[in-house]
Design a protein around this ligand. Structure first.
Ligand SMILES: O=C(O)c1cc(=O)[nH]c(=O)n1[C@@H]1O[C@H](COP(=O)(O)O)[C@@H](O)[C@H]1O
Length: 242
C-alpha cells in the first residue's frame, strides 16, 4: 500500500528539524531540496504547495530521499477525515495531521483508517492550539482557558484516542512531556532563532530552547526559506543543536 516513491529515512535521520516548504513555486522548493542533505531535516508540504502542485510534489521530494510531513490539518466529519488520512498513507508520507478540535470520534476514525498500513502507517498527529494564537484569539472563540491549558486538554484527548502525538508550542513541551508521557510525540512550529522576526507566530521559542524542552520535532519555515541562503541557514541551525 505504500508508495514505491518513498525511501524511508527514519533510521538514518536523527535531526529534529522539519523544514516547512512554504514556497509558491516548485522550482524554488526543489532547488532548495537539491542543496540539502536528507539527514539534516525532514520536509513539510502544507496547504500552499499541495494546493499548487498536488501529490506529485510529495513524490518529487520522496524520490530525493526526504521523509515528508503532509500538513493538511484535516478537520471534517469522521468518515471524510479517515479517508483523507488513508489517502495520505497511500502516498507513503512519514507524518500526517488532523485538528484535535474535530473531536474524539474524528480522531479515532482517522487512527482506525491507518490500521491496514501496519508498520508503514505514517505518524498521526493532531494540532492542538495553533502557534499563531494567543489568549485573546481563544477568547474571541468563546474559549476562556489559556492557550496552554486548552492545548493540554486537546492533547489529552488526542492521546486517549491513540494518536502518536500533537502539534503544540515548544513553550508547552516540558509540561506536556511530564503530563502525557515521554513517548507522546511533540511537534512544535513557532520556532524562531534568536533575533529573527516572529511574523504571525505568537507562542514562539528558539531552536535551542525547544531542544532543551525535549520536543521531538521542530518545524521551521520562513527563518530558513526566506533567508539569503536557505541551505546554509539550515546547516547552521542543525549545527547549533548538536
Ligand atoms: O501543523 C503545522 O505544521 C502548524 C501548526 C501550528 O500550530 N502552527 C504552524 O505554524 N504550523 C505550520 O508550521 C509552519 C511554520 O512556518 P514558519 O512560521 O514560517 O516557521 C507553517 O507551515 C504552518 O502552517
Amino acid at each position: 500500500m505504500k508508495s514505491e516513491n518513498n525511501i524511508n529515512n527514519n533510521d538514518l535521520n536523527t535531526s529534529p528539524i522539519v523544514v516547512a516548504l512554504d514556497y509558491a513555486d516548485k522550482a524554488s522548493a526543489l532547488a532548495f531540496a537539491d542543496k540539502i542533505d536528507p539527514r539534516d531535516c525532514r520536509l513539510k508540504v502544507g496547504k500552499e504547495m499541495f494546493t499548487h502542485f498536488g501529490p506529485q510534489m510529495v513524490k518529487d521530494l520522496q524520490t530525493r530521499g526526504f521523509d515528508v510531513f503532509l500538513d493538511l490539518k484535516f478537520h471534517d466529519i469522521p468518515n471524510t477525515t479517515a479517508r483523507a488520512v488513508a489517502a495520505a498513507a497511500d502516498l507513503g508520507v512519514w507524518m500526517v495531521n488532523v485538528h484535535a478540535s474535530g473531536g474524539a470520534r474524528m480522531m479515532a476514525a482517522a487512527k482506525e483508517a491507518l490500521a491496514p498500513f501496519g508498520k508503514d502507517a505514517p505518524l498521526l498527529i493532531a494540532v492542538t492550539v495553533l502557534t499563531s494564537m494567543e489568549s485573546s484569539d481563544l477568547a474571541d472563540l468563546g474559549i476562556t482557558l489559556s492557550p496552554a491549558d486548552y492545548a493540554e486538554r486537546l492533547a489529552r484527548l488526542t492521546r486517549d484516542c491513540g494518536l502518536d502525538g500533537v502539534v503544540c508550542s515548544a513553550q508547552e513541551a516540558t509540561r506536556f512531556k511530564s503530563a502525557l508521557g515521554q513517548a507522546f510525540q511533540l511537534v512544535t512550529p513557532g520556532i524562531r532563532p534568536a533575533g529573527s522576526k516572529a511574523d504571525d507566530q505568537r507562542r514562539v521559542m528558539t531552536p535551542q530552547e525547544a531542544l532543551a524542552a525535549s520536543v521531538d520535532y521542530m518545524v521551521i519555515g520562513r527563518p530558513i526559506t526566506q533567508s539569503a541562503d536557505p541551505a546554509q541557514t539550515l546547516r547552521d541551525i542543525r549545527a547549533s543543536l548538536r
